[in-house]
Design a protein around this ligand. Structure first.
Ligand code: PEP
Ligand code: CO
Length: 453
């Protein structure tokens, strides 16, 4: 294999790259970014990789969630806090069900770039580049906004840095105290018969905390009860940005992409001579690979040869996203192949991207039922194959949006227009996310206990 450099991706096939009109301006921005401080530290990335290695061995669970696309306009401390809180609540629920440590990871502090199926959008006879995320262009349909602007990378860096700063303060500064985190708003389950099951689980968690406190284990003497590790992640799509934040760690001499702890390769850019694969090959960060219905098992094995030649545990997370109708016919085959090749991976399920449909008014939505069905089938398939359903990858927010239909609040097709705020794909709202965590947790606990369905 050729030697790797942080810019060697430039000789490979770059898909979904914005067409910047001014190359000099782009170079100037890359230079500026290259001199900015790293967003994350190599030591944190190494810890994450170690805990992911445990997940790959069946000793942990990965919860990854956040916006489809973060935006400059919805940058707001309350929204960051609410997403953080919901992820913590979901992690508590999942820890209880799986009896395993749960890695908390946001699609946050850098999830700004989107690959779009159509490069152009036509409206009223005007043809403009598609919106590719706030780090590339603006969502408003006019030529000024839609022209890719490299200076947006500087704004994205600054927003990622402030977001990360707040997340670090929450994670370390007392906000993450399990006692507070646990007081989740159960109001939403009041009137529903399903609610009793949820309340029961919540009460059990509460009782365990009280028991521990009575035994003298509380947040004053047990830091794990008041501090959490929280990791950041995004799709490594915009390679000039990723390259500029790629640095050599002074202690180990190894190369890290310091834009996030974990980055993933999207379903549209995961092919053997892809620039995105080439870039990820040389960085030490744990890498996700999205696997959609078009995945060819032979090609996936080639990608693993490139990205993880030593089969190091924790390096690769396969994020499968087949949709509830296709998972049964694709996932078992893929698991068998990975197992027969003796590869070590974390298996995570993204039940969002294979379940997108159009609402009656033309809005993109995802029925909660379909999301849940994919999650359940994923757990059952791994159980049957003897592998570990090690994670879940969600598009979600802590806000009360109406973007996905269904769930306990029974959001209807007509309700979608009430609070449809996403800049890209529809997200589970806080209630739906918590509900999904409860249901997935029940299913995982059944699977662990060997209960037959
Ligand atoms: C995403 O995670 O937002 C995304 C674009 O996913 P995929 O690459 O799986 O389509
Ligand atoms: Co998405």
């Amino acid at each position: 294999m050729q030697s790797w450099q942080k810019n060697s991706w430039r000789k490979f096939v770059v898909k979904y790259a914005p067409d910047y009109p001014d190359g000099h301006e782009l170079s100037a921005v890359e230079k500026t970014l290259g001199a900015f401080p790293p967003l994350v530290f190599a030591g944190e990335v190494r810890s994450l990789k170690e805990t992911l290695a445990n997940v790959a061995e069946g000793q942990g669970f990965l919860l990854q969630g956040g916006d489809c696309a973060e935006s400059f306009s919805e940058f707001d401390a309350d929204a960051i806090r609410d997403t953080f809180r919901v992820i913590l609540q979901m992690a508590a629920i999942l820890t209880y069900g799986t009896k395993l440590p749960v890695i908390r990871m946001g699609r946050i502090a850098g999830q700004f770039a989107k690959p779009r199926s159509q490069s152009y959008e036509v409206k009223h006879d005007e043809k403009l580049p598609s919106y590719m995320g706030d780090i590339i262009n603006g969502i408003e349909f006019d030529s000024k906004n839609r022209t890719p602007d490299p200076t947006r990378m500087l704004k994205a860096y600054s927003q990622a840095a402030s977001t990360l700063n707040l997340l670090r303060a929450f994670a370390d500064g007392g906000y993450a105290n399990l006692k507070h985190v646990h007081s989740w708003n159960m109001g939403f389950v009041k009137s529903d018969p399903q609610g009793d099951r949820y309340r029961h689980l919540a009460d059990q968690i509460q009782e365990n905390l009280q028991f521990m406190e009575a035994m003298g284990i509380d947040s004053s003497n047990t830091p794990q009860l008041r501090k959490v590790d929280f990791y950041t992640s995004h799709e490594a799509l915009l390679l000039p940005f990723e390259e500029a934040l790629t640095r050599q760690d002074s202690t180990s001499g190894l190369t890290y992409d310091t834009s996030a702890h974990f980055v993933w390769i999207g379903d549209r850019t995961r092919f053997a001579d892809s620039a995105h694969v080439e870039f990820c090959r040389g960085i030490e960060n744990p890498i996700g690979i999205k696997c959609g219905p078009s995945i060819d098992p032979d090609e996936l094995i080639r990608l693993l040869d490139i990205l993880n030649p030593d089969d190091s545990a924790g390096r690769i997370t396969l994020i499968t996203r087949f949709g509830y109708e296709k998972i049964d016919s694709i996932l078992p085959r893929l698991i068998k192949r990975i197992e027969s090749e003796g590869r070590t991976v974390v298996w995570s399920c993204d039940p969002m991207h294979g379940n997108t449909i159009k609402s009656s008014r033309g809005l993109k939505t995802r029925p909660f039922e379909h999301v849940l069905t994919e999650v359940k089938h994923n757990i059952r398939i791994h159980h049957a194959e003897g592998t570990h359903a090690g994670g879940i990858h969600l598009e979600m927010t802590g806000q009360d949006v109406t973007e996905c239909t269904g769930g306990i609040a029974d959001i209807s097709d007509e309700d979608l227009t009430n609070r449809y705020r996403t800049h890209c794909d529809p997200r589970l709202n806080a209630t739906q996310a918590i509900e999904l965590a409860f249901l997935a947790s029940e299913e995982l606990s059944r699977s662990n206990n060997g209960d037959l369905w």
